[in-house]
Design a protein around this ligand. Structure first.
Ligand code: FHN
Length: 437
């Protein structure tokens, strides 16, 4: 009987200990103040770059698939992006109206864009021989941009990680995950100590070798190094990128290539490519200005951030056509930025006709097209409109029957063919309005 009791006690304790290892201690989680600051930024630049630009194929995923592994793993010996200009990249992001930059310091192919002491597969052993990460971190300081770093969990190049190619089915028994996790901890300590990133964008957390307790361990280490560093929800072992809960390790959800659902309860950031491929691809199909501007409006309308990706070329330049497109977004934000930065999403769900954001007593209606002369809005839960006008100028006629829907009478021609923003000044704080289903 005593043996059975001891066994039960031991099992119960193991379950509890395991449970403890599989979620983050709430006391070390990133604070709401820090997360609110992140969400106020609303718009950032994602950069996917590495020696794979020499082939114009997808970073990591083309290794051993469209580019033979040995060829891919030796590209770094030719990688010499002499036209890389961190100042120009940071200015491009600034002129686009972006507030932060997130660059792939190490993607799934394992190549490190900084002089890490824990792998020879890094930029200092390429002909370029300069610390890309440090240069971009410094340029971000100059342009008052927050500097963020993408770091892959899986690493198909590292022999201690048990999967050596995207198509691997079996784990390599000669690999050593304990050594791999130690390298990861050492590299992350280097990155935080040298570059002090505002946010760490983890990725590649879905393969079988990775376990939740590794994620808990790493999150706990990072918070010891910098209690305010923000961490994406791709550090635990899962592929639930759009979710956030104590079981999902990280501080914000990361819907990918799609606009996240309106959600006032969890921080989220959509990551999306300006073209089709994450890393540079010759003649890739680029999104129209209409797609770009309506994407940022719908993302903010959903209460989320947009991390918009460019893939620089093999010589270190961002394509001029992408720079132009980003500048056009920045020009739009110069006029309408108050309806994006520092706003909350809602209270209406974004749709193909309009999205809504709000700040203080102002409700911003992003009108994408004039389907009908009258735009009918759900009631504002008792809030009354005091004034209605286009941000670009011009009063708006409207009717608001007490507690009923609102009718906005749109002019025959909207002032902005892509997104005309109307301001509804209310008699109450618009951020307190309940989200309309
Ligand atoms: O596999 C990566 C992919 O290459 C790219 O980095 C995206 C960006 O979020 N993340 C992963 C796919 O979910």
């Amino acid at each position: 009987m005593k043996i059975l009791y001891n066994l039960f006690f031991f099992l119960a304790l193991s379950v509890q200990l395991y449970a403890q290892k599989s979620i983050i201690d709430p006391a070390i989680k990133t604070t709401k103040v820090v997360m609110d600051d992140f969400m106020d930024q609303r718009f950032g630049m994602f950069i996917h770059w590495g020696p794979v630009a020499l082939r114009g194929t997808e970073i990591g995923w083309s290794r051993g698939v469209t580019v033979p592994t040995a060829e891919y793993d030796n590209l770094y010996k030719e990688f010499n992006p002499v036209l890389f200009d961190a100042d120009k990249w940071a200015k491009t992001a600034k002129d686009a109206g972006m507030k932060y930059i997130t660059i792939t310091s190490k993607h799934h192919d394992g190549f490190c864009l900084w002089p890490t002491a824990y792998s020879t597969y890094n930029i200092m052993n390429s002909p370029y021989k300069k610390d890309i990460i440090a240069e971009l971190a410094n340029a971000c300081k100059k342009y008052d941009m927050k500097f963020c770093i993408y770091f892959t969990v899986l690493d198909w190049h590292d022999p201690n990680y048990p999967m050596h190619i995207s198509t691997a089915k079996e784990q390599d028994p000669k690999a050593d995950m304990n050594k791999f996790v130690l390298t990861m901890k050492n590299q992350l300590t280097e990155i935080i100590s040298k570059y002090h990133p505002y946010m760490l964008w983890f990725d590649g957390n879905w393969e079988s070798p990775w376990k939740n307790e590794y994620g808990v361990d790493i999150y706990t280490l990072l918070k010891k190094l910098d209690p305010n560093v923000i961490i994406s929800n791709r550090l635990g072992a899962n592929d639930k990128h759009t979710e956030l809960s104590p079981a999902i390790i990280g501080d914000f959800a990361t819907p990918e290539q799609k606009i996240g659902e309106l959600n006032m309860n969890i921080p989220w950031e959509t990551c999306m490519t300006i073209a089709d491929q994450w890393s540079w691809k010759p003649n890739d199909k680029m999104k129209t200005l209409k797609q770009c501007i309506q994407t940022i409006a719908k993302t903010a309308g959903g209460n989320g951030n947009l991390l918009f990706n460019v893939g620089p070329m093999l010589d270190g330049r961002i394509e001029e056509r992408q720079i132009t497109r980003l500048k056009e977004m920045g020009d739009w934000l110069k006029v309408y930025g108050e309806s994006i930065y520092g706003t909350k999403g809602g209270p209406f769900k974004p749709n193909e006709i309009f999205a809504a954001t709000r700040k203080g007593n102002k409700l911003y209606l992003h009108v994408f097209e004039r389907k009908t002369a009258d735009l009918i809005l759900p009631s504002l839960s008792g809030a009354r409109i005091k004034k209605a006008y286009f941000i670009k100028g011009g009063q708006i006629k409207y009717t608001q029957k007490r507690k009923w829907a609102i009718t906005i009478q749109l002019p025959k021609v909207l002032p902005d063919s892509i997104n005309s923003v109307i301001v509804l000044e209310l008699d109450t704080n618009a951020e307190k309005l309940p989200v309309q289903s």
